[in-house]
Design a protein around this ligand. Structure first.
Ligand code: PLP
Length: 407
């Protein structure tokens, strides 16, 4: 085999389809976020970031940077081992306690990332609970799909957010069969939110456990910010809550929170937890400070929702095809991979606005989109600038605008 030829031609196929990924080379700044520098074509450009998952700007906050600086001076760079072999730092223990209490669970367990948390927890439960059957929402994130796949447990995919379909599929099994219902709260590409209470009701009816990915909700929903389960009053009816520290918390790392027995089981049997160096103490310290802050500052969430709502309203008023979203996510439909990439390039090169195109396979073909996230740090002037630029790009590329509602 000519290896190089194979690799090159596979990559060429991606380029032809408009799906080849090019990373923006950024310098994010503590003082100026969402303004940043973009290294491009040998030059440096000042740009505004409009697609960060640091939804609340916590990653650039004093709260987080101070905690991380203190921790690095006390405990140094790396943790020095796996959790079992000298790598459990007191900061890890404090963070796990903080996360457990935030989600009103007995215990929590840290992982390198949200991806590893999903992969490891689902693989462990699917593979090590005898007879376990998994029920996965059709739009679940790749990290859950991979965990489910690698567990080799029998699996059923239920229609997205459709609790009647879930009910039908669960009905094939008796109450004694171990079952796990796996879903998300906020789906980050469309910005829709699952009907948690209905799903929980169905799961309880069939004696199934529930596993909820709150990655796009932790820090952002509920009075203390622990997620949609808190907002909807169903925290105590969800068996396992999974989250990330890489998005609204502003650092990196993942976790699950659940009953002692469940957490201890994953801790004791989960390969992706056991056989890897634990996160740096600085990261745990930063995340812990961030969670403590977020629990106390609901006003940040109110401001965040207001910014997202304002952006959606401005787009609609201009006839820009903002997709229906009940969350903080603002997706704008383009509907074609090449045009989506062109729109993103033009926003960056002509208007100093950075938003990544979202193409297949992340979203279905024909629904390619730009996905905007407004943080509490985006000003009215930033929103004006963005909307003016979008109208220019939409006109230049001949993209579809909607009839104005007011007419
Ligand atoms: C981003 C994401 C993850 C992975 O979290 P990381 O901490 O970034 O690895 C898991 N689930 C969903 C739904 C996500 O969007």
């Amino acid at each position: 085999m000519n290896y190089d030829e194979f690799f090159q031609s596979s990559l060429d196929d991606l380029r032809t389809g408009g799906n080849y990924r090019v990373f923006a080379d950024l310098e994010r700044y503590v003082q100026t976020f969402p303004r940043a520098r973009n290294h491009r074509d040998g030059k440096v450009h000042d740009i505004t970031i409009w697609c960060s998952n640091d939804y609340l700007g916590m990653g650039v906050s004093d709260t987080v940077t101070t905690a991380m600086k203190e921790a690095i001076d006390r405990c140094g760079g790396g943790a020095g081992g796996t959790r079992n072999i000298s790598g459990t730092n007191h900061y890890h223990v404090l963070l796990e306690q903080e996360l457990a209490s935030w989600h009103n669970k007995d215990a929590a367990l840290l992982f390198s990332s949200g991806y590893v948390a999903n992969m490891t927890a689902l693989m462990t439960l699917g593979a090590k609970v005898p007879g376990m059957v998994l029920f996965s929402d059709a739009l679940n994130h790749n990290s859950m799909i991979e965990g489910i796949r690698h567990s080799r447990a029998p699996r059923h995919v239920w229609k997205h957010n459709d609790y009647d379909d879930l009910h039908r599929q669960l009905s094939q099994y008796d109450r004694e069969t171990p079952k796990l219902v796996i879903f998300e709260s906020v789906y980050s590409m469309d910005g829709d939110i699952a009907p948690l209470e209905k799903i929980v009701e169905v799961a309880e009816h069939h004696n199934a456990m529930t596993y909820l990915d709150e990655v796009h909700a932790v820090g952002m929903y509920g009075e203390s910010g622990s997620g949609v389960a808190e907002r909807d009053g169903v925290v105590d009816r969800i068996d396992i809550i999974q989250g990330t520290m890489g998005k609204a918390i502003g650092v990196v790392g993942g976790y699950v929170a659940a009953k002692h027995s469940v957490v201890d089981f994953i801790r004791s049997f989960g390969a992706g937890f056991i056989f890897t160096t634990s996160m740096p103490p600085t990261v745990a310290a930063g995340a812990c400070a961030s969670v403590r802050y977020l629990r106390e500052h609901n006003e940040l969430r109110i401001r965040h929702q207001e910014r997202a709502a304002t952006l959606k309203a401005r787009m609609k008023a201009l006839g820009l095809p903002a997709m229906p979203s009940v969350s903080h996510i603002v997706p704008l439909l383009v509907g074609d991979a090449a045009l989506c990439k062109q729109a993103s390039d033009m926003l960056l090169e002509k208007h100093d606005i950075y938003v990544q195109p979202i193409n297949y396979p992340t979203v279905p073909k024909g629904t390619e989109r730009l996905r905007f996230t407004a943080t509490p740090l985006h000003t009215d002037a930033d929103i004006d600038h963005l909307c003016t630029a979008l109208v220019d790009v939409w006109e230049t590329l001949g993209l579809r605008r909607e009839a104005l509602a007011a007419e």
